[in-house]
Each structure stands twice: as C-alpha cells, then as structure tokens.
Design a protein around this ligand. Structure first.
Ligand SMILES: Cc1cc2nc3c(=O)[nH]c(=O)nc-3n(C[C@H](O)[C@H](O)[C@H](O)COP(=O)(O)O)c2cc1C
Length: 304
C-alpha cells in the first residue's frame, strides 16, 4: 500500500492539480491501494499552504478526475480526511487554532463546535463518495485533531470528552459514526495514533481498547501509526518496521485487517510481515516516494 503522504501539489485553495494526479498515477500500477494524502475537511483544519482540501463541493470535479485516473489503472483509491485542530497553521487559517484544550495561544473547542466538526467530516466523506473514491481514511494519528482528543497529552478537558480513556474516545467515535452513516458501503479506514512515545502519553493498552471500539463502530481497516509530531520519530528512525509491534498487538485484538508501517523499504521484508501474521497489509511511504516503480520492482523481486 501507499500510505498518505502530503505532496504539496494542490493549489493554495486545496484543489487537485494535474501534478498531484500524476504523483499518484505514476505509483498506482501494481499497487494494492493508494491512500491519498490528508485533505482538510474545513478551512480551520488546514496545516499546509498547498495541502489538498475536501471542504467544498466545488472540489469534487478535481477529486473525481483523480479517482478516475487511478481506477483506469485497475487500482482502488481511498482518500485520507483530516482536521488539524490545535496544530492548524494560524497564518494559513487566519484565526486562532482550536483543539480539545487551550494550549499555548490556542483555544479550547466548545461542545457545539464538536458537533459541527463531526458534521464537516461527514460532508467531506460524502464528497469523497460522490467523487468515486472507494472509501475514506480518518486521520487519527500524528497529533491531529482526532489524535489530540485521544491523547492525554493534548486532552485536558473536564467534560464527557476528556479525562478517562472512555471519554477520550468519545469524539473520535462520534466522527466515526457520522462518517460511517454517509459512506454507503464504501470502506472506512482509521489511522490510529497507537503510541505517543512519551511517558504520559497514549500507551498501547489504551490503543488496543480503542481499536476494539473502532471495529465495533464499523471501521473496516485499522492503519496503525504513532508519534505526536510527525510520523518518523527520531528515536525509531533506524528501526525497520518501527510501528509493526503496535500493529501486531492491535491485530491480536480485532478481526478487521490491520495495516503496518514505518521504515519498511524492502519487498521481502514487507512480504514476510504479512506471511508471519504480524499485519494484514504493509504500507511503504518514503521508499515509494523516492522510487515510483517500487511496487512493480517488489512484484518482480518476490516472483524470483
Ligand atoms: C513527506 C511525507 C508526508 C506525509 N504525509 C502524511 C499524511 O498526509 N498523512 C499521514 O497520515 N501520514 C503522512 N506521512 C506519514 C507516512 O504516511 C508514513 O506513515 C511514514 O512516512 C512512515 O512510513 P515510511 O517509513 O514507509 O515512510 C507523511 C510522511 C512523509 C515522509
């Protein structure tokens, strides 16, 4: 699989460009499933200037062209949808970023705003369906809004959306349910921040419990990543398959397929992770970015 990787190829308003389409077309022959980079569901959830957007119906034609170009190769396609919450870029969004709790100069989201954001996630998912995507992935990792609610590092709320593990799962589960309802049988993936890599952050036992809830709520595939600021934590950089141990723990607790990722560059390694039952699917990011022929070469390597 190709994991979502922000390519910085959209317009400043978040519209699809031919350059963005070509990035995916070049990588989608011999590929199981590409997940298109994180697309922001509303203007206040944006982080990068040329980030892809899915916040307006006017974006549907461009997204349709992207989905059709990949389908023409016989490959399915899913898009990741996101809200950056407290880590949104103030300069880019033109207002104070808001997350589960006030943090630095950022403010806390009111309960009424949570309903609105969950609704925006559902509208974005609907747009993905209308554009012909085979599903959506909710971005619940790398310190973005859904992850901020789950993580005790970001979430200091004292209402029903914060505090206990149960409460910290509430908002992400509310979003899952709203999105599930509009998908009309298309795939729902959840990218799960499995480990904050910090002593007071999310621990794997909590994430396993969360993954069980996600499965019960109708998530079809759990994509296991981690780390709060960026997805290539320095302390794990040298390890090949650095989030595989967390993915394996989660796989043991649920029945739906689990994706593993992190520092995987070799076809034989990827193949062995599936054969050994560690994960069901393997995502290769940076190696695939560098070499658009990665999947075709991998097939050849595994056939010899
Ligand atoms: C340039 C770049 C952009 C990324 N953008 C996203 C993103 O939009 N959404 C996401 O969930 N992860 C994103 N990631 C993380 C990757 O999906 C992946 O989890 C990470 O790179 C580890 O896999 P790898 O070692 O195979 O590259 C990004 C990574 C890179 C290098």
């Amino acid at each position: 699989m190709l994991p979502p990787m922000q390519s910085g190829r959209a317009t400043f308003e978040g519209y699809v460009t031919n350059r963005l389409i070509n990035f995916y077309v070049r990588r989608s022959t011999a590929l199981g499933l590409p997940i298109v980079e994180h697309a922001y569901i509303s203007l206040t959830g944006k982080i990068g200037p040329k980030q892809l957007g899915i916040y307006d119906d006017a974006q549907i034609p461009g997204l349709t062209k992207l989905a059709q170009s990949i389908h023409a190769l016989g490959t399915p396609i899913v898009i990741q949808i996101t809200h950056a919450g407290g880590v949104a870029n103030k300069k880019v969004i033109g207002t104070t970023p808001a997350g589960p709790s006030a943090r630095g100069k950022n403010r806390k989201l009111e309960k009424t705003e949570l309903e609105k954001i969950a609704g925006d996630f559902a509208l974005a998912a609907e747009r993905a369906v209308r554009a012909g995507f085979d599903g959506v992935e909710l971005h619940g990792a790398h310190g973005y809004l859904l992850n901020q609610f789950f993580s005790p590092l970001f979430n200091k709320r004292e209402d029903e959306f914060g505090g206990s593990l149960e409460n910290r799962m509430q908002f992400p589960l509310m979003v899952v349910e709203k999105v599930r309802d509009v998908l009309k049988g298309k795939l729902l993936l959840y990218r799960l921040g499995s480990d904050d890599l910090a002593p007071k952050g999310t621990q794997i036992e909590d994430t396993v419990a969360f993954a069980v809830k996600l499965e019960q709520a109708g998530v079809d595939i759990v994509d296991v990543s981690g780390g709060m600021c960026g997805s290539e934590p320095k302390q794990l950089r040298r390890i090949k398959g650095y989030f595989i141990p967390q993915a394996y723990e989660i796989k043991k607790a649920i029945k739906v397929p689990v994706i593993g990722v992190g520092g995987i560059t070799e076809a034989k390694h990827a193949d062995s992770l599936v054969r050994d039952g560690k994960v069901d699917l393997v995502a290769v990011g940076r190696a695939f970015w560098k070499d658009s022929q990665w999947a075709e070469k991998a097939l050849k390597t595994l056939k010899t």
